[in-house]
Design a protein. Structure first.
Length: 505
């Protein structure tokens, strides 16, 4: 029996899963939440200590549920672009800046003025969410903190350092978020010079490792804190959603992993043939698997819109939410009399505009909570379909989709997304794809398999196929035309409104 542990640090909390590689099954899982601080209008922070304390509370429960097996290896997945500024010992100098934090929009805009081949990976500029613009913001707006910063890193790197005492980066994160040249396997200090932050080169984790590469043995102190016996091998992981692609076995071109949660992520791969693809982040060479380019699409706001509406605006508890969902299910998508745009915190793809904002059009005094909620569900589903259809327009055909994430706990949102896509969709039976992906990486790290692709085909999570209602799909296609037209016409107003609400520092 070979047991490996996956840890996944996400926006709302940490998850853990013990996986038996011999029996190809998950033995036990658990989760533990931690708080987020929202600072109006567009700033979001967490305390790194809360991540570690959540893992300390979580692991003993999961180990007990599985009978305290010996763990051979551990892989960490984590939300990307959640940035920690700390000293060499890993002591944070300020709260971590969360991925969805949009304070660095001006710095992100400035990256488009630079010229460097590696920027082709990201369409010519960095996203407001990424580590590099956030480091630029810290340099400009918190110079005292920046002067004391010895390491600036992602949540993944900070947790791996806490486990092993070693500062390393993941090839996935570095390629997708740090302007790292994955073909030449080097940092690009000349680009950081153009960005006006040359010192960044010396504050990032210096060693960039492939997913599945051993980092080192867990320290005795870390193992004791987490309740683990011995010192298991810590194996390099990556971005939580992206690690799920191994759990879903969607690494081959033509396959897509769509994770619906607080935000939505669309992940697919294309051949490394140099073909230009616009409106997405990437294609990133070798970021997921060697020899292919990974495309990253997504929606900044998805489930977070529904949570905001239900909890903050309507003030509903779980019972009220269930009743709202049931009432909204009775409303066909084109009979709300409303059109919503899902840009509450900007658009990631295909418009790549952090200053777009959400809208609900067509309101009258006859509209009620259920109708408004249904319109927001429609908007998120339309946003997902818009990403897939825009890729198809550019010749990136997607014929297999696996859907996972918190969306699985919302039947209306799930059904709307499948109908908007208009194709059979594999529904993950377990909401633990990143933990399955951790098992895949661990299996490679301890030498059981020679490649991530091979291991993904063996340890992939089971799915159930959901068929679309093609009649409703035609309705969604008509709504999508309105959605696109409204985006085009309203974009200048929405951008101006984002400035009026103080999005610009």
């Amino acid at each position: 029996m070979t047991i490996v542990l996956g840890l996944d640090f996400g926006t709302n909390g940490a998850r853990a899963g013990l996986f038996d590689l011999g029996e190809h099954r998950m033995l036990a899982t658990g989760e533990e939440g931690y708080p987020t601080v929202h600072i109006p209008p567009d700033r979001t922070e967490q305390e790194p200590a809360d991540w570690w304390n959540a893992a300390r509370r979580l692991l003993p429960r999961v180990l007990a549920a599985a009978g305290y097996p010996k763990v051979e290896a551990v892989t960490v997945a984590a939300f990307s672009s959640t940035v920690v500024a700390c000293d060499l010992k890993g002591r944070p100098l300020r709260p971590a800046i969360l991925w969805m934090d949009a304070r660095a929009w001006a710095e992100a805009s400035r990256t488009a003025q630079a010229s460097h081949p590696v920027l082709d990976y990201s369409g010519g500029s960095d996203a407001v969410e990424w580590l590099v613009p956030k480091a630029m913001w810290l340099q400009a707006h918190e110079p005292e903190t920046w002067a004391r910063t010895e390491v600036i890193c992602e949540a993944l790197d900070w947790v791996n350092h806490r486990l092993t005492g070693r500062w390393v980066g993941s090839l996935m994160n570095a390629t997708c978020k740090w302007n790292y040249d994955s073909r030449a396997r080097r940092f690009c200090p000349e680009l950081y010079d153009q960005f006006g932050i040359p010192e960044l080169m010396h504050r990032l984790p210096p060693d960039v490792l492939d997913i599945g590469a051993p980092i080192g043995r867990m320290t005795e102190d870390a193992a004791a804190a987490l309740g683990l016996s011995g010192q298991p091998l810590v194996v390099q992981g990556g971005i939580d959603a992206h690690m799920g692609a191994f759990g879903a076995d969607t690494v081959a071109p033509g396959s897509m992993l769509l994770i619906g949660g607080t935000s939505n992520v669309h992940l697919t791969q294309v051949p490394d043939d140099g073909t230009s693809i616009t409106g997405v982040w990437g294609p990133y060479p070798h970021a997921l698997t060697p020899g292919l380019r990974m495309i990253e699409g997504g929606q900044v706001s998805a489930g977070s819109i529904l949570n905001w509406l239900v909890r903050d605006i309507y003030g509903l508890d779980s019972t009220g939410f269930a009743a709202l969902n049931k009432a909204a299910e009775e409303i066909p998508p084109r009979q709300t009399g409303l059109l919503a745009l899902d840009y509450w915190m900007g658009n990631r793809t295909p418009y790549r505009d952090p200053n777009l904002r959400g809208a609900i059009l067509g309101l009258s005094l006859s509209h009620n909570r259920a109708g408004i909620y249904r319109a927001c569900v429609n908007a998120i589903a339309l946003g997902s379909a818009n990403v897939v259809f825009d890729l198809a327009r550019q010749g990136v055909a997607v014929d297999r989709v696996v859907l996972a994430g918190g969306i699985l706990r919302n039947p209306l949102w799930l059904r709307a997304t499948v109908d908007a896509l208009g194709m059979p969709v594999g529904i993950a039976r377990e909401d633990n794809l990143s933990l399955y992906g951790g098992a895949v990486a661990a299996a490679v790290g301890i030498g059981l398999h020679g490649s991530l692709t091979e291991a993904a085909g063996i340890y992939r999570a089971p799915v159930t196929v959901m068929e679309p209602d093609m009649g409703l799909h035609r309705d969604y296609r008509a709504l999508l035309e309105d959605y696109r037209h409204a985006t085009e016409r309203l974009a200048p107003i929405l951008r101006a409104l984002s400035g009026e609400t103080g999005a610009r520092p």
